[in-house]
Design a binder for this molecule. Structure first.
Ligand code: AMP
Ligand code: MG
Length: 331
C-alpha cells in the first residue's frame, strides 16, 4: 500500500486528500477542500449534505489532477466514518463505497478526531507522542495515547469552542466562520471583561461564556473588549486542561488541531505553557489543521498497514464515533 485517497465530510467541509507513505512519513500529494457556508444561521445538516453531494465529484477530480496520479494508482480509499452530522456522513460514505467498488480497491472508515492527531504525527517528524488539543466547530477534546488507545482526558460538556465563537459572531452579524474575525477584533483590545471560566474536573463548558458575552453586548460593552475576553477566558481554560493532561500522562509534547488552532493567541498560550514545562509545541500547517481529506487518507493508510480491514457492510457511519472506540493496531 502506498497511495491512499481519503474523503472527509463530517460537517461543513467536503475534502479529498491523496497521500503517499514515504518511509513511514506522510507525504501529502494533494488536499482539496470545499466549505459549505450558510448564508444565515448555523449549519443545516441536510443542506450541508446536499452541498457535499453537489461538489464531491469536482473535489475528487481536482484532487486527482493536483496529485498528478491516475485513479488506478490509488491503492486504498478511506472516509470519515464519524463523529459528525448524519446526512453529511452518509453522503461521504456513499461516495467512498461507490469509488471503492468501481476501482476495486479496499475501503476503510476512519475516526475523524484520531485523524486530526495522526496527521500531526505523520507530517511533523519530531512529533511522536503528543497530547492533542483538538478545537474545532463541533469538537473540543484533549486526547492522548494511553494503555493501547486514544483516550479523551477532557472535553467540552456542551458546545465546541468554534460553535461558541460562530454563534457569538452571528449576534454581531459576522459571516460564518466568525472565529478569524473575532481574532482580528480581539487584537484591538487589552481590556478584560470578567466572563465565566467553567472547568469541571477535566471538562469544560462554553455555553455560560456565550450567554455572558451576549449579555455584555446588550449592555453596550465594546465588541473588541468582549472578543478579547472570550478568547482569553476560553483559551486559558483549554490550556489549563491540556497542561493537566500532560502532567498526568507525563507527555512532553503538545499538538494543536482543528480550525480554532489557526488562532495565534491560542497558539501562543499553549506554546508558553509547553515551554514552561520543558515540553515541545507543534501545530500542523493550516490546511492540515482544518477538516481535510489528507488526514483521513493518512489514518486510513496507517490502519490498513496495521492489518485492519473493513467490508462494505462494516462501513456504516457512526454519528457518535468516540475517540476511545478506535482499535489502535498501528502503535
Ligand atoms: P473545523 O471544524 O475544524 O474545520 O474548524 C472550524 C471552526 O474553526 C469554525 O468554528 C471557525 O470559526 C474556527 N476558526 C477558524 N479560524 C479561526 C481563528 N483564527 N480563530 C478562532 N477560530 C477559528
Ligand atoms: Mg475536525
Amino acid at each position: 500500500m502506498t497511495i491512499c485517497l481519503g474523503i472527509e465530510g463530517t460537517a461543513h467541509t467536503i475534502g479529498v486528500g491523496i497521500i503517499k507513505s514515504d518511509k513511514g512519513r506522510c507525504q501529502v500529494l494533494s488536499n482539496v477542500i470545499k466549505g459549505y457556508h450558510p448564508e444565515k444561521g448555523g449549519i443545516h445538516p441536510r443542506e450541508a449534505a446536499n452541498h457535499h453531494a453537489t461538489y464531491v465529484a469536482d473535489v475528487l477530480s481536482d484532487s486527482i489532477k493536483k496529485a498528478g496520479v491516475v485513479f488506478s494508482a490509488v491503492d486504498l480509499i478511506s472516509f470519515s466514518q464519524g463523529p459528525g452530522l448524519g446526512p453529511c456522513l452518509r453522503t461521504v460514505a456513499t461516495a467512498a463505497r461507490a469509488l471503492s467498488l468501481k476501482l476495486k480497491k479496499p475501503l476503510l472508515g476512519v475516526n475523524h478526531c484520531v485523524a486530526h492527531l495522526e496527521i500531526g504525527r505523520g507530517t511533523i517528524p519530531e512529533c511522536i507522542d503528543p497530547v492533542l488539543l483538538y478545537v474545532s466547530g463541533a469538537n473540543t477534546q484533549v486526547i492522548g495515547f494511553a494503555e493501547g488507545k486514544y483516550r479523551v482526558f477532557g472535553e467540552t460538556l456542551d458546545i465546541g469552542l468554534g460553535n461558541c465563537l460562530d454563534k457569538f459572531g452571528r449576534s454581531l452579524d459576522l459571516e460564518f466562520p466568525a472565529g478569524p474575525k473575532i481574532e482580528e477584533l480581539a487584537k484591538k483590545s487589552k481590556t478584560y471583561v470578567k466572563l465565566p471560566y467553567s472547568i469541571k474536573g477535566m471538562d469544560i463548558a462554553f455555553s455560560g461564556l456565550l450567554t455572558a458575552a451576549m449579555q455584555e453586548k446588550k449592555q453596550g460593552t465594546s465588541v473588541e473588549d468582549i472578543c478579547f475576553s472570550i478568547q482569553e477566558t476560553a483559551f486559558a481554560a483549554l490550556t489549563e486542561v491540556t497542561e493537566r493532561a500532560m502532567a498526568h500522562t507525563e507527555k512532553k509534547e503538545v499538538l494543536l488541531g482543528g480550525g480554532v488552532a489557526c488562532n495565534m493567541r491560542l497558539r501562543s498560550m499553549v506554546e508558553t505553557m509547553a515551554k514552561a514545562r520543558g515540553a515541545r509545541f507543534f501545530v500542523p500547517s493550516r490546511n492540515l489543521c482544518v477538516d481535510n481529506g489528507a488526514m483521513i487518507a493518512w489514518l486510513g493508510l496507517l490502519m490498513y498497514e496495521s492489518g485492519i480491514r473493513m467490508t462494505i457492510e462494516d462501513s456504516m457511519i457512526n454519528q457518535r464515533f468516540r475517540t476511545d472506540m478506535v482499535q489502535v493496531a498501528w502503535r
